[in-house]
Each structure stands twice: as C-alpha cells, then as structure tokens.
Design a protein around this ligand. Structure first.
Ligand code: ATP
Ligand code: MG
Length: 871
C-alpha cells in the first residue's frame, strides 16, 4: 500500500463505523495560551472534551498535522538521530465524544490493524495502565486488560506506568489512562536473541509504539488535582509515518514513500548518497523532516519570525540549514528546492501546500539566504575570537554572545574550534544560557488559579453583533498573575456584548455596573477554548448580582470602521493586483489597521492610489452590511466565500457581504460603508519574501493625520519666515549650510597649522621624553594632524591631547614608534586607562590611539595623570 492508500483506508474504515471524516485543523494554534502548536490529534477537540462545545457528530475521524517541537511534547533533538520521531507528523485518529468507550475502541483498532491492514498478530504488543500510588492514587485499568484478553494472548499485554500509560496533553486539561499498541519489526535472528516484550517502550528503533488509545475521563486542574469529566471519551492517535513503515515492510520511517522522494531530491542536489555514512544520513533525515514542518507552517500562515511560534519555526529551519552547511557542504540555499517534491507528494491530502507552493519556496529561500549570511559573519567573528584567545580555551561567554547576538549556533562553534585545536568553556556557556532562560521564564510566566464556578451554565451567548449593552451574570471567575500585567481577574458571563479578540480584531473594552452603581472596568476580552474571557483589574463586590455590561462604544465603532475597511482593502488588492493576493495576517485596532498579503513585488505608488480609490468609492457608495449568522460551511463556499488558510472554521459560519463580495468573518463591522468616512494608506512595505504589509487608517484618524501634517507644515513655514515657497527656501538653506561647512573646515585647518607652531615650543623634556599634555580647541582630524606633525622626525615624543565638543570628550595619545619599542609603551593602553576619567573607552594602535567619553569634567585629571605616568 502506498501512503495515500494507507491514509484513506484508515479514514474510510472509521467512516463505515459511523464516524464523520473531518479535515486536519491548522497546526498553529491561535486561541490557546497553554499551547503554541497542535501536538496531538486531540488538541483541536479540547473544547469538546471539556464540554464547552458540541461536535456535529459524536464520532469523528481525521488525520491531524502535529508538531512536537516545544512544551511538554518536544522531540526536536531526536529528529534525524533516530528513524521514527519527526517534528511534523500526521496523527490518524478516531474520536468518540461521550459516545462509545473502551470496548469498541479496542475492538476496532484490532480489527483495522490485523484484518484490514493485515499486520501479523505475532509482531504486536499492547500495554495497559498499571495504576499509581502517588497523590492521584489511580487503580489499574483492568477493564482495558480484560477487553484486550479477548484478542491477544496475555503474555503480550504489558503493564505500564504513568509515564507511558497515562496521557496528558499539557500541565492542565483533559487526560486519562491509555493503551498503546507496539510493533516489533526486527529480523527473526534478532528476535531470537532478545524477547520483544523486553524492548517495548525502551527506545528501540524497531520495537516502536504505533497507536495510542486514550480513555479520556479526567480533567487535570491548575492545582494538580483530577476532576472527573462530565462524559467519557475516546481519543486515539496513530503515527501515520510509523504505520507506513510497518505496512511497507521497511525499518525506518525515512524508507517509506512519505520521505523517499524528498531524500532522493536531496541526494541529487547535494551529490551525496543516503545510507553510506551515518553523519550524512543524519543530516539528510534532519533536512527531509524539517522542510515538511516549515512548509506546513508557512502554509498555515505562520511565517518564520523573531518571536513566539514564528521563532520556533525559524529555529527548525536553521537547524536544517546548519546540518546541510556542516555535513552536506551546502553553502548556498537549497532546502527551498525540496518544496516542489513535497507539494507534489502531499498536495492531494493537503491542498494548502499546492496552492501556496511559490510563497513557501520564496520564504524558505530568503530565510536560508539570510541565515547563511549569518553563518559567514559568525565564521569571521569566530576567527577574531580565536586570535584574541590566550591558550586554547575560548571563553564560554564569547560563544554565548556569538549565539545570542549573531545567531551562530554553539555546536557549529564547537566543531570549528575543535578543527583548529581549540575548545570552549562549556560550563560558562551553560551558565549564560541558564541566566537567559530564567529571565525569559520570569517575564512570560502566567500563574492561574482554578475557576470558581457560580452558575452551571455552559452556553455563553455573544450578543455583541446587535447590542453594546446587556444584563449579565458571572458564570465563573479566576485570578491570573503575570509579570507583565500583574494581578488580573478573568470573568466569564452567561451572555456578553463584548467581542473577544479574534480574526485580527482587538477585544472590546468597557465596564460592568451593579445595581448600587459600583463599576468594574473590563480592560480586554479574549477567547480561550471557545469561551469568552473578560479581563478586569478587580472583582465586583457582589459576584452573584446581575450587572449591566457596557462596551466602550467609541473604541468599538472605530475598530469596526477599520475592520470593514480591511475587507474592502482585501477586495481592492485582489481587483487591482490580481487574485494571487491572499490575506496573510491582519490586525484591526481602533486607531489603525494592518494587512499582510502575498504579492511578489513592491506595490507601486499608482497601484496604491488605485487601491485607495477603490476603497473610498465603496465608502461613498454607501454599501449596506448584509450578514448571515448560521450558514453551513459548504453553502458559504458555494456562494463564493473564501476560507483563509490557517483559520479554523466551524461547521456553520457567519458570512458578511458589502456589495458583491462575500466573506467569512466573525468580526464586527459598520452597518454601512459610509460610516467609515474616509480611508487612507499610510505605508506599504515588505515583511518577508513575497509578503507585503499595508498600514492604513480610517474615519477620524484620517482627519487627525492630515491635521498633524498640516500643523508640521505650518510650523516649518513659519520657521522659514513664511517664505512664499517653503521648499525652495529649505533647499536654499541646505545649500548655504554646505558652503559654510566647507569654509569652516578650511579655517580649522589654518588654525591647526598655527597651533602646531605654538605647541612645538610647549614640549617639555621629562626623563628624556619630549612630553606635552593639553586640552586643544581642534576637531578629531585636527588633533590627529597635530600629533603626527609634532612627532615628525622625532624619536622620543609622547603627546596627550583632549578636546571637547557638545559635551563629548575625545582623548588622543601619540607615542613615537621608537619609544613604543624601547619602553614597551602602548597608546591604546594609555587611553583606555585614562579613559576612565572621562567615562569613556577606546583603543587603537600602540603609537596612536583615541578614546571617546562623556565627562568633560574629567579632562584635567586624565591629563595630569598622564603626566605623572611619564614622570
Ligand atoms: P514515543 O514514546 O514513541 O515518543 P509518544 O508516547 O510520545 O510516542 P503519543 O503521544 O502517544 O506518542 O502519540 C501517539 C502516536 O503518535 C504514537 O503512537 C506514535 O505512533 C506517533 N508519534 C508520537 N510522536 C511522534 C513523532 N515525534 N514522530 C512521529 N510519530 C510520532
Ligand atoms: Mg514521545
């Protein structure tokens, strides 16, 4: 079976068992503060487990893109070194939300593996949870054990501990005991030597777990305790690439048709062969794995960047570049060339790869190029570090600086150092790294208490499309603490007019008022796991009262102007630049809007003008908002609504329409485009290869913008004595200024000549040295000139000059070359030493050096100390 068939056989097997097939959710999570990427099949369904939302069918099946590169599940460092862990992998799953439980899940898993896929029963082992004596105090899962007994001999049912047989998504959330299925694909000779059951869960590359059946029945709370979930669920996850390995009868995931085409492309490009040399093999595996993770991430809208999820993606790509650079001798970009093979191979199951192929290639190529440049620079810096190193051990702090400031990885530093016979202080390096990490932890740590529930109400209705005021009750609340925001309270209401941050639009602000008139301000609104959470600095006094909740209408209105304008802008860009333009991100604030989109060249001034006009014509056209709240997704698509990659949509969606164009959007909009008043583009620039960003403003902000500009203009005009033509006046001033500068330079040169004449007479002889220390009224080049003129044809001159300009001090030291040698003097050392007094530093050569500083008061001290030194 090829990979395609293996995948579809899984899905159709469960479809026959009354499951609905659903698409993989995007890999990058947007509204879950506990998780950056989907790391298992269950993550997108968390809200169903918690009971915050209802699936359209209690039985679902899917293949989910997962990424395990951060947080609780992080396999990054293994990838490439072993043959069965990936960063990105597909997890095949079947799901029961409060429907069937262990009996069916186990029976069906067995049926699929042994009867449909026809895996030999004698290579399978299963595990069940043995229970735990810790604070959770859990019993052994005898129920699962008894079910398995019907299918497999008892010596193949192994008992496992919490680490392997109790599944938890993260520090908090749904969890439960699990049963794993393992395969032993070793040769008969190997099997004769060691019994397979001794190798289960022992990190053996050919005795691996392929499927985990999780029996969700608890919720892990913030305080660490377990609550029973309202319903019992089934969550299963089978590693698709591992399944392919078993069914295609090979010993490594990389030998399946999922990876082979990518690997042979790498072989062609790099002229290296796979399976010849372990180091090269690791590099090839790393690259073939990482290109998938990066490509899927970009397709989902998460580009490499400097923070958060984007930074994780950047690091994955850089890891691949590094292995190519070091082990495959690739000093130019090449990973982007693998995207074509990947999109060919996987485009059918994941169309986002096909549609966005060019964008993915561009982004990867640019990242590669810039990181290779970093590597080049790092090599130069490293050379310099080696030059200044005494002995053969480089300071750990230097290696850390290379990594932290220049992005030059320590393992590469290590490799290069070793080639040159050097080492570095690893303990020191680790200490620096630890320091940095703990700084990061401190600033991002968020502590949250458990929820206190006041009313049992699962349905939280959003009424904010229609009203900005409502009477609400608090369903639950909790306190959260973070370094950034300090203490905050999170409140959930039974219904709310507050819009939660989402779809690029900021969350609403506003206030709650109780019947006594006491007010609590809501400073932000966000969505977490399908719940609308209101942030307040304090708690209301009477928590169980009914409150009047009021949204800040002005902020909401301005945000709506910007949101609707964003849609019009998107339409305009597609109309004027072409339909290759796709939204890649947006930020809709009350003061401005930002829109990122795919386009491969700069948008010209004329095109921007046209786009601006397009939007303003629609504002003048007074287009009425047409809104439909509960449209089935299929119907919306049929009507021409475009889904965005990387966005998660429910089965029923909201569509909005201004004029001809229909869009999927959950955000809030003006009722009529004329409300926007006016639209103005402020800037257009690149944010990444193939991605442009427009910032624009609407409504009052446009007037403020013009007001501000005309104010600056009037002020400048008045500064130019109200010249009739201020531009000409300014150019004239600039020209005059250039002329004056030239004149001054000439004058200073003349003055220097005179001064040098006088200075000659001031040289005094101390200990056989012609010495002079003095403050001069010359600029830097004048002083340098003076030094060299005074030193000409002499062998024993020592000069120390200071000059002061705009609160800044420059200290210069000149020593005749002969004197430098004879007495081992060093002007660089002198200025560094004396530089203390002027709060500065510098350096140079032994015969001439300068130091800049910012303390003119210290000049006298520096000069007199110079004199004592000579004396
Ligand atoms: P392992 O112990 O092998 O790392 P796991 O216990 O972390 O596996 P689960 O979290 O139970 O795995 O995930 C379910 C299934 O997903 C596993 O049975 C395996 O087939 C697959 N899987 C897990 N991690 C990876 C990975 N990094 N790459 C490929 N497949 C994986
Ligand atoms: Mg694992």
């Amino acid at each position: 079976m090829n990979a395609q068939d293996i995948r579809s056989t899984f899905l159709s097997f469960f479809e026959k068992k009354k499951h609905s097939i659903v698409q993989s959710a995007p890999m990058v999570l947007k509204d879950d503060p506990t998780l950056m990427f989907v790391n298992s099949g269950m993550a997108p369904f968390k809200e169903y487990f918690l009971g915050n939302a209802e699936p359209k069918n209690k039985r679902l099946t899917d293949t989910q893109k997962c990424l395990r590169v951060s947080g609780k599940h992080n396999d990054l460092e293994e990838v490439g070194y072993d043959t069965y862990h990936h960063t990105l992998f597909e997890m095949l799953g079947n799901w029961s939300f409060g429907d069937y439980f262990k009996k069916e899940a186990i029976a069906w898993a067995w049926e699929l593996l042994t009867e449909i896929y026809k895996i030999d029963k004698d290579i399978l082992y299963v595990t069940v949870f043995e229970g735990s004596n810790d604070s959770d105090n859990l019993d052994m899962d005898t129920e699962a054990y008894d079910i398995w007994k019907q299918f497999i001999s008892e010596d193949r049912i192994l008992k496992g501990n919490k680490k392997d047989n109790f599944w938890e998504m993260g520090e908090q959330g749904p969890c439960g005991p699990c049963s794993e299925i393992h395969v032993d694909i070793r040769t008969p000779e190997e099997k004769a030597k060691v019994d397979g059951k001794d190798l289960v869960n022992m990190d053996h590359p050919q005795v691996v777990e392929i499927w985990n059946l999780v029996f969700m029945q608890y919720n892990r709370k913030a305080n660490g305790s377990l609550d029973d979930l309202p319903n019992k669920h089934i969550d299963t996850g089978m590693g698709f690439e591992r399944l392919c390995m078993v069914l295609q009868d090979v010993k490594s995931n990389y030998d399946t048709d999922v990876f082979k085409p990518i690997i042979s492309e790498i072989e062609t490009i790099t002229d290296k062969e796979y399976n010849k040399d372990e180091k090269i093999d690791i590099a090839i595996r790393v690259i073939s794995d990482h290109v998938r993770a990066v490509a899927f991430s970009i397709a989902d809208g998460q580009l490499p960047s400097n923070t958060g999820a984007g930074y994780v993606i950047r690091r994955i790509l850089r890891r691949a570049v590094r292995y190519g650079f070091t082990f495959l001798d690739k000093k130019e970009p090449f990973i982007y060339r693998l995207v074509a093979v990947l999109s060919n191979k996987m485009g059918a199951a994941f169309p986002e790869l096909k549609v966005q192929k060019q964008l993915i290639e561009n982004v990867i190529k640019e990242e590669e190029t810039s990181f290779l440049r970093t590597l080049d620079q790092g090599l130069l810096l490293l050379d310099r570090i080696i030059e200044t190193t005494k002995g053969t051990e480089v300071l750990g702090a230097k290696v850390f600086e290379l990594k932290d400031t220049y992005g030059f990885p320590e393992d590469l530093t290590d490799l290069i150092l070793r080639e040159k016979g050097y080492t570095y202080n690893v303990a020191e390096f680790n200490a620096e790294l630890e320091k940095q990490k703990s700084r990061g932890r401190e600033s991002s740590a968020l502590k949250s208490d458990d929820w206190t529930t006041l009313i049992d109400d699962k349905e939280q209705e959003f009424v904010g499309y229609d009203t900005l005021e409502a009477n609400v009750k608090i369903v639950k609340y909790r306190k959260v603490t973070s370094k950034k925001d300090g203490e905050m309270y999170q409140l959930v209401f039974n219904l709310t007019p507050f819009y939660a941050e989402g779809g690029g639009q900021v969350g609403d602000k506003g206030y709650l008022k109780d019947t006594a008139g006491d007010v609590v301000y809501i400073v932000n609104t966000k969505r977490e796991n399908n719940e609308i959470i209101h942030f307040a600095k304090s708690l209301p006094k009477q928590l169980t009262e009914t409150f009047k909740a009021t949204v800040d209408a002005k902020q909401r209105y301005r945000t709506e102007c910007n949101h609707t304008a964003t849609h019009l802008l998107h339409q305009g860009l597609r109309e004027i630049l072409g339909t290759h333009v796709e939204q890649k991100g947006s930020a809709v604030h009350s003061k401005y809007l930002r829109f990122d989109f795919s386009h491969f060249s700069k948008v010209t001034v004329e095109q921007l003008r046209e786009v601006e006009d397009f939007v303003n014509r629609r504002i003048e056209g007074k287009l009425q908002l047409e809104e439909n709240r509960n449209v089935p997704m299929d119907k919306a698509k049929e009507d021409g609504a475009m889904a965005l990659f990387g966005e998660k949509y429910g089965d029923a969606v909201r569509t909005i329409r201004f004029g001809k164009s229909i869009e999927l959007c959950g955000g809030t909009h003006v009722k009529n485009t004329s409300d926007i008043w006016h639209f103005k583009i402020k800037s257009e620039a690149a944010v990444a290869s193939g991605i442009r960003r427009i910032e624009a403003i609407t409504s009052d902000a446009v007037r403020d913008y013009y007001d501000e500009n005309s104010k600056v203009y009037s002020e400048m005009k008045s500064l130019l004595n109200n010249a009739k033509n201020p531009k000409d006046a300014l150019v004239k001033l600039q020209n005059e200024n250039t002329d004056l500068k030239k004149q001054i330079e000439g004058l200073l040169k003349d003055k220097a000549k005179n001064i040098i004449g006088d200075l000659k007479d001031e040289l005094t002889e101390i200990n056989g040295i012609q010495f002079l220390a003095k403050k001069l009224d010359l600029d830097a080049s004048g002083i340098k000139d003076a030094c060299f003129k005074l030193g000409e044809n002499k062998t024993n001159v020592f000069l120390l000059f200071a000059t002061e300009q705009n609160e800044k001090v420059l200290l210069s030291c000149y020593i005749s070359k002969e004197l430098v040698l004879e007495k081992s003097l060093d002007a660089g050392k002198v200025v560094r030493e004396l530089g203390k007094h002027i709060q500065g530093g510098g350096g140079g050569q032994p015969f001439f050096a300068t130091a800049g500083g910012k303390n003119p008061a210290g000049i006298e001290k520096a000069l007199s100390e110079g004199k004592s030194y000579i004396e």
